[in-house]
Design a binder for this molecule. Sequence first.
Ligand SMILES: [Zn+2]
Length: 494
Amino acid sequence: MKENILFRPWRELKQLQDRKLHHFITNHLYPFSPYYRGLFDKNKIKPDEIKTVKDLSKIPFTSKQSFIDLIKENPSQSNLAFLLQPDSEVIRKFLPKKELMRFLFLGAVNGKNHLKACLEKEYRPLFLTATAGTTELPIPFLYTSFDLENLKVYGKRIIEVLGIQKDQKAVNVFPYAPHLAFWQTVFAGLAGNIFILSTGGGKTVGTEGNIRTLLKLKPQFLIGVPSFVYHLLKTAKEQNHSLSFLNRIVLGAARVPKGFKRKVSALLHEMGGSEVSVMGTYGFTESRCAWVECPTDIEISSGYHTYPDKEVFEVIDPETGQVKGEGEDGELVYTNIDARGTCVLRYRTGDLVRGGILYSPCPYCGRTVPRIASDIVRASNMKNMQVSKIKDTLVNLNNLEYLLEDKEEIDDWQIEIVKKDQDPYEVDQLILYVSLLDSVNRQEFAARLNQEVLASSEISFNQINFVSSEEIQQRIEIESAVKAKKIVDKRPKI
Ligand SMILES: [Zn+2]
């Protein structure tokens, strides 16, 4: 069954989005968010002025740094300033007159305790997911029961967009942790009425346990992080198992290049699979939801299908902050318009999207929601490297990761950043450990790879070490780490 809202004409969805944005700011965000009330007041913005998405440009951006600054300022309060917190004083002071009258009426009819219980149900945090430690400080994002209902709505939509049918099954191998990817998948199964077995990934039942689960359950869908899914499929193939039942792979928590999709698809074909689709997902802790691609040919990406009744996406010029037009490259900026708990407005994700946002209906599934192009570079993983005694250079490790993942001849890899001769006062060096698939000429490969890396990053590998796939798996701690250690910075902190 299709959920109608995702198929309504964009013009209608846009009007709905504008209405919800205005309502959210006047009735929830401004009155109950200490951070945003302060921001509006400081910048002399009246909440009532924000009537449509266009008006958002009046509001300053929020960024990860805004959270970190607050946590540093007051560690015990963490990021509570971003949490919606109604109490009798702010309700009286900041709620619009009409809404206040409604509250007073409800209180008079049903009693104050009833009103209090309703507010508690809507606003009291009871769940959290946190950032996965890609930044130094893990930042928790809180959910109320209202947000958990939303997590179900997103989950149901995810099942529909991915095209999972009632009689199909899925295995979720995201690591068991307070991370969005794991829980969004669990809630997708519950809300979509689909059998999803969440194994917890490698850390809980190991590679063998996950393979046994696949063989026993025979799911059509496998959902997880690219590095672990690939490891699982490769091990199953080495053990001569047939996974012919499996032909839909859903990958999360990382950008998935075409070369990687081809590698996964080839593995499945070798184990008897047919009509394989590999779909990517996009999401971040701050959004408390995920967006997915719909099934297409392996060479095509539909883009991520967004939820315009729940959020606003803008694409901006990362230098000037100027809002870009449809299909233009830039940084993704995210705004809640239907949430409680920890809410953000004009949140700079740091993610750069090539191809921007498209507002035309999806040519593959017909949904009319805005779609984010799948070519997203997470700008947050930038490292400064001292390449010579006199020169520092900023290296985008995500670009490097993407380049390596896209290479079909690479089986597995790890990058180490070290100090030359382990001397803290020496220059930095970039070392690659790599296992290649058979029949690749190593010297030729190394030369070609370094040329490409140099062209994209102004830097190349100081050393390329060819090692076995087992050694890489141990290095990246594929089974025991919540996040595979693909890039390790071993430089001493001075
Ligand atoms: Zn689609």
